[in-house]
Design a protein. Sequence first.
Length: 641
Amino acid sequence: MCGIAGYVGGMERGLPERMNLVQRHRGPDGAGIFADAAAEVALAHTRLAILDLSGAAAQPMHSPDGRYVLIFNGEIYNFRELRAELKQRGHSFVSTGDTEVLLHGLREEGRAYLSRLNGMFALALWDRQERELLLARDPLGVKPLYYSIPKPGTLLFASEIKALCAHPAQRREPDFAVLQQHLAYGHAAGDRTALEGVRRLEPGCLLRWRNQTRTPQIESFARWPFRQPGIEPRDGAAAYLREIIGTAVNRQLVSDVPLGVFLSGGLDSSLITAFSARSLDRKVQCYTITYPSTDNQLDRADEDIGCARLMARQLGVTLQEIELRPKVAELWPKLIWHLDEPIADPAAIACHLVCQFARSTGTKVLLSGQGADELFCGYPRYWVMGRTRWLRAAPEPIRAAIATASHYLPGARTGALGAFLRRLRRGLSGLGETSERQFLGYCANTEEQAIQSILSPAVRQALGERSFADDCLRRMEERGLSGLQKFRERDLAAYLPNHNLCYTDKIGMASSVEARVPFLDLEVVAQSLSYPDKSLVDGSRTKAILREAARGIVPDTIIRRPKAGFGAPYRSWLRHDLADLWNDLTSESVVAHRGWFDYKSLLKARARSQNGQDDLYMLQWAVLTVELWAREFIDKNPGSR
């Protein structure tokens, strides 16, 4: 796990050093630079040593013939098998890690070698002979990679956006269409970012840049095929899934430094912990978040701590409990700089506290259960889509009437009844739309009308008729999938890499901790895409096949639990603890200076949430996040910090 950065086309004195410095937290164990003034190229690398801690694995790494130079961020979990193959072909190695294997494989097979990698990666390979740069990102987008063209003929790239901003010509202007997506989903929906002109290389894509043409050429090297086979016998299918998940966990336990596990108490993390404990002979360190029940009166989230303790007792592992009572008003602004993008998710705070504590105890690698909900339909929205199918068959006027009536239900009352009414309102509110728009409405934290109401006239004019759903709708149409597949593809292509994996990587690396995701092992992913809808959502059960696979390994009480999000009591925070921060960041003078929001509409949204009429707290969190991000990335240059 490291930070990579660089540029090609035009020389900037001191730029590689500045890019490395900005990303220092990603790799405090070492740094290296390759620069060729004649070819106008520089590659920069900061190292977090996980495999082969010696200097033999340092980067940039050069091929034996001197033709290729590689910088690489991530882990290749099947590197031992690939290394054995290369040795049989006559290759020799001086290190014991995966970077040298990657370099030799790319040298021999070129970009075709990318399809053989089972792991998470973002890499840059410079061909000194052809004067060609190759950038590539893993098929699921576990590792981030951004690029921009700050001026004609120059390409910048980096693991983090702030490193791009170290270039003096990099513009820092907002992309309002993407900011609208952040206000709705909490993340961007495509390859664009909140900074105009800064793009992310999408998962499973490579970018080629030749000095002769000086233009980027982007193509896909991995695209996941959904299949719809006959329904397999449930017992056999579950047993096979259990086997390949166990194999994936075992593959990802390879490490030359201390390793631990995120144990939330849910099905996914419990399964990862169980397999880890088996392989590591119960010596694994586990970390979980807890918070006082008094903070949960408004949010009414299912508390995980009891299940986490149960799982730890059953496995005999050590469970470290970190109480979620941070000084949010102080901490959240600091984390925005690390996030790079205005990702509006309070779960990032919980993730930070776990990673920070784990690092303080010497743990540099943490395994996570992320990815299972996207692969196996674990989110409540999948269940709601199935449960409302019969209502969607009703005439449009009836569906529209139900959707309209749902808005009269209270949205932010305390207690169990308030939580039930909030969920009922959300489930019925999308019935007047097509199934695609209904699903994307459930993906959004806030309805489009509420978002539009708080935007300033200038921003609404800049957006025109564009909706936050446009990019996702376009992708759904292009893929031409049906049933749950079109919804799963959206979550795998947009939500997973641009939200969950993005904040986990950035927040983990803020504490110099590597996060690994065994459910995104390529063998597990390929198998999950072969299941028919019925194996995933069976009546009221989400992740049906995964629950069957967990039997005998995870306690039934955990298997039967409904989905409980890895989050934080943000509604309570906003209603009480963050009241002063809200008032400061949304004061009339601040709003007027920024020019992005409508002050009176923000007051109204706040009042309706405080009195329990509407649940607009996530919109408030997103507004605070956007303003804090603008202060770090628009008002100031994050690359000079």
